[in-house]
Design a protein around this ligand. Structure first.
Ligand code: DLZ
Length: 164
């Protein structure tokens, strides 16, 4: 099955992100993978007009803690959107399933309770190679995809609230 390149985006369809501020919560588990995701997200934000000083990074121990990290960032900073970045790799036990479910439910709940969008940038792979391929490897970088989603969602949020 063909995998979409996660870094591909149509530059003309991206709203102007100048003046926007973004929070990025990064899990320390599988640190090389999440570093690649962060680099991809950071570059895509800057390439689209976001100032480096308007990108606020917070590290958390693992993907399960991304929800709390995002919640704290929303409460304590004035950002337009939050990107969560993690890498879960299937092990021998069910822990993977519980953490996947916990963080996806957590981020979904934040999206229904906060006034800013929270983007789900958690890789859920069977192998380390799959994670490498999606964090700056042959299938692109999910961090880039998340940055573009964050800009689009922040823009939609601003437009709808301005009309309110
Ligand atoms: C415990 C754990 C395991 C086994 N695997 C991963 C993983 O592949 N990726 C990840 O981001 N975090 C993992 N964790 C840590 C949990 O996310 C969490 O930090 C701990 O369960 C403590 O709440």
């Amino acid at each position: 099955m063909a995998t979409t390149n996660l870094s591909h985006y149509d530059t003309e369809s991206i709203p102007n992100a100048e003046g926007m501020r973004f929070g990025v919560v990064v899990s320390e588990w599988n640190e090389k993978i999440t570093a690649g995701l962060f680099d991809g997200a950071h570059k895509a934000l800057v390439d689209n007009g976001v100032l480096p000083e308007d990108i606020i990074r917070v590290n958390v121990p693992g993907s399960f803690e991304l929800t709390f990290g995002a919640s704290m960032l929303a409460e304590t900073t004035n950002v337009d959107a939050i990107i969560t970045l993690g890498s879960l790799i299937q092990g021998e036990t069910k822990h993977f399933d519980f953490v996947c479910q916990g963080v996806s439910n957590g981020i979904t709940q934040l999206n229904t309770s906060l006034e800013i969008p929270v983007i789900f940038g958690v890789l859920t792979d069977n192998t380390m190679q799959q994670a490498i391929d999606r964090s700056g490897g042959k299938h692109g970088n999910k961090g880039v995809e998340c940055a573009i989603a964050a800009i689009k969602m922040a823009s939609i949020n601003q437009i709808l609230r301005a009309e309110d």
